[in-house]
Design a protein around this ligand. Structure first.
Ligand code: SF4
Ligand code: SF4
Length: 375
């Protein structure tokens, strides 16, 4: 396992972090449960393989996740750091911050939470909750009291909002989305590092999309074994990223991810980085020319998910993620409405498209192509 400095926190984090959100759970008579022994076995397996960061959150596994993580970290407290998050969508009053902190200390059964995040900040929650309800001040108080070790945020908004939040100077790490298919946070990540924050990336394989084989992406790093390796090497090849979080569901998956991470033990050379960047830019331009996903063309009277079909077309045609496009298109066709063949050529979508895409015509072509890969 490779370890990297996590910003100015003083912690050397494993390049691969364990996302606890996908630990196995099951439903019985309308209630959700986790098999404690199985989950703890997976977590301990990850720790033994050198992973030293585990990420949980209030809502994970129908709110059962933190109890399991709390039990699993017993005996590992000097080696492993735990991260959890305040569910900002539930925070309505200033006291709520303390409620969620104290309750999570209880659920995790710890005296101090190592990395305490404000969960899923965007501009709205930052302006209306963090600033108005004195969350930053209370976070600092919690740190002074020794109830949390590091002040962090996770993030889902535009990169300029991430920079604005970083500029408060209140945070030590940021958890954000970044992968081969979505590089929108790349500059903000660099900015975060320049301000001394540690950067942890979620979604390195783009929600499973980069788990599928792709001949196009294979060309980016010909010596890589498969697409997940390319995806992880891309994320960890960015020197501003300290750790890639991966949600793991089994010991076999831990083994596979650890093995992949071990092959990502070098930052990409500036030559490799440039080649990947240039190629991705060209690929991105190709997709941009096609459809930006803005959805201004909606609603379609026939319920056709136009941008989704164009996106799948791009995944197949531009990124070579044919298997993924095939499966998702099959799912889309099995839904009650939205078959692109139901288009009545009303032309409403094309009138609203800022890219001047002749939507009905392109839709027909995209659907025809996606149908050909179904067999
Ligand atoms: S032309 Fe077809 S896709 Fe466009 S809005 Fe009309 S029915 Fe929907
Ligand atoms: S309006 Fe045009 S660019 Fe936007 S999602 Fe629809 S087709 Fe794509």
């Amino acid at each position: 396992m490779i370890y990297r400095k996590l910003g100015n926190t003083g912690f050397n984090i494993s390049a691969l972090g364990l996302g606890a959100m996908r630990l196995p759970e099951y439903e019985k008579e309308g209630k959700w449960y986790m098999d404690e022994d199985e989950c703890i076995d997976i977590i301990h397996h990850a720790f033994k393989k050198g992973i030293n960061y585990i990420d949980t959150a209030w809502p994970y596994s129908h709110e059962n996740n933190q109890y399991i993580v709390g039990k699993a970290i017993k005996g590992y407290k000097d080696k492993v750091k735990v991260s959890t998050k305040v569910p900002m969508w539930n925070v309505e009053r200033e006291d709520d911050f303390w409620y969620y902190l104290e309750e999570q200390l209880r659920r995790l059964d710890v005296d101090c939470i190592d990395f305490f995040h404000l969960h899923s900040l965007d501009n709205g929650s930052f302006e209306n909750k963090v600033l108005k309800l004195n969350v930053l001040e209370n976070m600092e108080k919690a740190k002074q009291k020794g109830l949390i070790a590091h002040k962090c945020f996770s993030f889902h908004d535009k990169p300029e909002i991430m920079k604005k939040i970083i500029d408060t100077g209140a945070f030590e790490t940021v958890l954000c989305q970044y992968n081969l298919l979505d590089r929108s946070n790349e500059d903000a990540i660099e900015y975060a590092r320049s301000k001394g924050l540690g950067v942890i990336v979620m979604g390195p394989v783009a929600g499973g999309r980069l788990a599928a084989p792709s001949d196009t992406l294979k060309k980016l790093l010909p010596n890589a074994k498969d697409t997940p390796e390319i995806a992880l090497r891309f994320v960890l090849g960015n020197k501003n990223v300290s750790c890639a979080l991966s949600g793991m569901t089994s010991k076999a998956m831990v083994d596979e991810n650890v093995e992949t991470a071990a092959r990502c033990n070098e930052e990409l050379s500036s030559e490799e980085w440039k080649k990947i960047s240039d190629t991705l830019e060209q690929i991105k331009e190709l997709s941009r020319l096609y459809c930006t996903g803005c959805d201004y063309c909606q609603p379609c009277p026939m319920g056709i998910q136009i941008s989704k079909i164009f996106l799948l077309y791009n995944f197949h045609k531009v990124y070579g993620l044919t298997q993924y496009a095939k499966e998702e298109f099959a799912k889309l066709l099995s839904e009650a409405e939205g078959d692109p063949q139901s288009c009545i050529q009303c032309g409403e979508c094309a009138k609203k498209c800022p890219q001047s895409i002749p939507v009905p015509e392109k839709l027909k072509q995209a659907a025809a192509l996606l149908k050909t890969i179904q067999h």
